[in-house]
Design a protein around this ligand. Structure first.
Ligand SMILES: NC(=O)c1ccc[n+]([C@@H]2O[C@H](COP(=O)([O-])OP(=O)(O)OC[C@H]3O[C@@H](n4cnc5c(N)ncnc54)[C@H](OP(=O)(O)O)[C@@H]3O)[C@@H](O)[C@H]2O)c1
Length: 342
């Protein structure tokens, strides 16, 4: 199969290239970039230098998609909406968008967090690709919106709670590494501002809350169900550490561990641990590590989750969704372990 990555010079694009170049069913990979056209891929992404001599092309997105089996969009927010319709018209078996453009199915939620959608007809062609939960339901999908990085960690922690019932809306406190902000330097990713620092951002309004709320309402069967995501920037490069806290009906907290374990029974990339997970143990991998505890009093729960924002939260999840959509083994090209210490 031939895969094309549009916007391949960014961090998510680079991770897609690293994984695609080692995927057993992908024979050809093309990478486009406006800023890096003509440069070897390995000059921009050292992780692929030993895997390919190919160079970035400046081919326009729809032209690059012609003849491709699968097209990945790793563009800045808002750009996919402009090009996805023309790409779909080229007839690839699958388009996977890593941006937020087509993730939020509820248009009212989309408008609340992002404003009116510029291309609702295009967005309507996409299904939400939370691979660890959707699994075989993604089989045959032609256009998949890959979830956001915070939203992935949040939803993996939230999903099992729909079976438990809650007394209060859950609060999800999450800390991300600086690669979550992309390859272009920003004041908040500058080393002196970030290296020994921790700060909240988008307080009471992070955009990933939109997709998280949409799915939480579907799972809980309550269209008014609430959940709050509180996001922070941490002093590390990769990964997200998330802590979910909620009150539960008296006496039900002891069930939380069984709920989480049964929700992910047989799922290849979600591990439920007997101890709090550590960020570095998943960095570079497509695995999510979870841990759940109920209070001794029986009315309070905590679920902890760690993922790599660029793999499980972006490129790895996108490939997992591709595997599922195209009927390939779900784990193809994704079994790699972490690098520790890192
Ligand atoms: N970083 C993460 O942890 C993460 C996780 C999940 C999802 N995502 C999503 O994935 C997308 C990419 O994120 P990123 O972190 O990789 O951002 P990034 O490092 O800033 O890269 C974005 C890339 O998009 C390219 N681009 C933008 N508009 C384009 C266009 N019209 N045509 C061709 N190329 C275009 C840019 O390359 P050129 O200027 O060279 O074309 C740039 O390299 C975003 O939508 C982001 O929200 C990121």
């Amino acid at each position: 199969m031939k895969a094309v990555v549009i916007g391949a010079a960014g961090y998510a694009g680079g991770e897609l290239l690293r994984l695609l170049l080692q995927h057993p069913d992908i024979e050809r990979v093309e990478a486009t970039s406006r800023s890096q056209a003509g440069k070897p891929l390995g000059d921009v992404h050292p992780a692929v230098a030993e895997l390919t001599d190919a160079r970035f092309s400046a081919t326009a997105p729809a032209d690059a998609a012609r003849g491709a089996d699968v097209v990945f969009l790793a563009l800045e927010h808002g750009e996919s909406s402009k090009v996805a319709g023309d790409i779909l018209a080229q007839g690839p078996a699958l388009v996977v968008d890593l941006a937020a453009d087509c993730r939020v199915i509820d248009q009212a939620l989309h408008a609340r967090f992002y404003g009116p959608h510029p291309a609702p007809d295009v967005a309507a062609q996409f299904v939400y690709g939370l691979a660890d939960i959707e699994g075989e339901r993604l089989r045959g999908a032609r256009a998949i919106a890959a979830p956001g990085c915070f939203a992935t960690a949040a939803q993996l922690a939230l999903y099992p709670l729909a079976r438990l019932g809650l007394e209060t809306a859950p609060a999800l406190f999450a800390v991300t590494g600086s690669s979550g902000a992309g390859a272009q330097p920003k004041p908040t990713t500058h080393h002196p501002a970030r290296a020994h620092n921790l700060f909240a951002y988008s307080v009471l309004g992070h955009r990933h809350e939109a997709e998280m709320l949409g799915m939480w309402r579907r799972w809980s069967g309550d269209e008014r169900a609430a959940a709050r995501l509180i996001t922070h920037s941490g002093p590390f490069v990769r990964g997200i550490h998330l802590t979910l806290h909620a009150r539960v009906p008296a006496g039900s907290a002891a069930r939380i561990n069984d709920c989480v374990r049964s929700a992910y029974h047989g799922r290849p990339f979600v591990r439920v641990l007997d101890r709090p997970p550590e960020l570095t143990h998943v960095v570079g991998t497509n695995y999510a590590h979870l841990h759940a505890v109920g209070s001794d009093e029986g009315d309070e729960i905590v679920v902890l989750a760690v993922i790599d924002n660029l793999v499980k939260g972006a490129a790895g999840q996108a490939l997992q969704a591709m595997n599922l959509a195209l009927g390939l083994p779900e784990t193809a090209g994704l079994r790699g372990g972490s690098v520790f210490p890192c």
